[in-house]
Design a protein around this ligand. Sequence first.
Ligand SMILES: CC(C)(CO)[C@@H](O)C(=O)NCCC(=O)O
Ligand code: NA
Length: 622
Amino acid sequence: MDPSEQKHFTIVDYVIFATLLAASMGIGLYHALSGGRQRTTQEFLMADRSMSCLPVSLSLIASFQSAVAIIGVPAEIYTHGTQYWFIGCAYVLGLLIPAHVFIPVLYRLRLSSAYEYLELRFSKPVRICGTLTFIFQTVVYMGVCVYTPAFALNAVTGFELWGAVLATGLVCTLYTTMGGLKAVIWTDVFQTVVMFAGQLAVIVVGVHKTGGVSEVWRKVLEGNRISGLDLNPDPTERHTFWTLAVGGVFLMLSLYGVNQAQVQRYLSSRTEKEAVRSCYMVFPSLQLALALSCVMGLVMFARYCGEDHSDKLGTSSRDAMVIYFVMDMLQGLPGLPGLFVACLFSAALSTISSAFNSLATVTMEDLIKPHFPPMTESRATLLSKALAMSYGLLCLAMAYLTHLMDDSVLQVALKIFGMVGGPILGLFCLGMFFPWANANGALAGLGAGLALAFWVGIGSIVTRSSGPRPPPPNCGAILLSNNTTAAIQTALSNVTLSRPSGLKRFYSLSYMWYSAVNCFTVVLIGLIISFLTGPMKEEDVAPGTIYPVLGKLFCFLPEHLQKKLCCVSPLRQTLPAEERRPPQHKEMNGLAYQQEDAPSQEETESFLPEGRAPVVELETTV
Ligand SMILES: CC(C)(CO)[C@@H](O)C(=O)NCCC(=O)O
Ligand code: NA
């Protein structure tokens, strides 16, 4: 890039950025020295199970809202229009189902690791496979998260690439290791606010410099960037209403339902009600986050009308282009470029810190503790800290791998969620909704799900077939003479018409379907193998691990029909409390289950469609 074009930082910008890092460290230090001083794994990994819903909900958003979304979503909207915005529809079911299906089951079992569920329901090997799959997913995703802001900044400001990667990795490792989950959650709160502030600043200044809201609107309409509802049922179409609103639900479930980072936050809540409430509170904030990044993409389009600035950037990456736009807007307004950089790094730090802490938790709870049972609490805590630290270093190595990839960062992140998160979601669905599923089925299902995921995923990368179709014409094309426009449009439609065939068509499955397809594969193969190897009997399934979904849907039917449908007799719910309690764990921390945690009758009722009786039979009492 031409050095004269390079955007510069003033002292104020550096001060703001440094303040972000210092404040995060400060929060870490505070939690290292206050409360129980992080001397137990209960505090370090579970925040003493004492969190209230506000910090938990902000932290839930922060976990999967990284610089990838802040840069990737505007780049997507700029290039392909607002179709991606329809993913907001998936947030409804994508949060209601975790709140009313996954949280009740997981919270009542009083777990520390979500994958402990898999051992209770199936067997130890299933738990270990689930944990290893999660570790793989998180480590790869972390690399993308650290690398993205550093790369984008480097392309535009000349900010030292590996210096930024190291600073993020080290600061994050330090405060996570010092302050445990409490520090992770409270820094998330602070960082989420900085994230929203940074995006808002860019939008306000951008709209102002482009000539006001009506001018922005005129240009995006002219450039054809406001997409209508695309109801094309073709599953290879990258973004349609179906891929985003239906496929997106499964993506959301794999993140908000069964991902350890999120489950750990639900479990750290003071009560179950508080956990459910925090899940509800995610909805408006996540919609806000989505709206901010989509609007930013539109403002950017209005500003450049789809111009190609790759000559100035030395890269044709749309992701780098977003940073170019931001710096272009904010130049000459001291402090604002710094605020935006703080916004990017806040987003990244909050995601990476959740990843470190959840990785330390599962490694400790699922891989180490079960094999070295007589470990003292101080030893276990020290080991957890060492784990958080080593994952920090591993993440730096992964950033280097991401450096070698070349795809839109948003697409890379969502592909990882779908390829690896989808099969894990399938495993939990198989366990919770199908009492017949056994451990062999679960292992075979997971294997098949992962195999299919990698086949399609790697196939699409190698043949480059899930890549975007040509973008709609931009302002430039509209301003050209009619002849040229016609020629461009014919060329475009020719490209769109040549559908891939055979295996290539299979590889070009939209990546938004990955979670759903992989989840179904796990359930289907899991059920087939379970029936072949002898399905589980109702009485052998550990109590509290099944969510009687059919029973709940058909609760108006007579009892004997319900029993046929869901295999878990409704009578079971009235068994004496003793029999329904989950097996005792080391981690039960002596807290008795509190009855007021369960949603009250009216609350449950209000989420049900009309004419359906309230369902309260899952409630456990001790
Ligand atoms: C997880 C979703 C899809 C929720 O909208 C969104 O935050 C997103 O697109 N995230 C991309 C991954 C990331 O930001 O790291
Ligand atoms: Na984040």
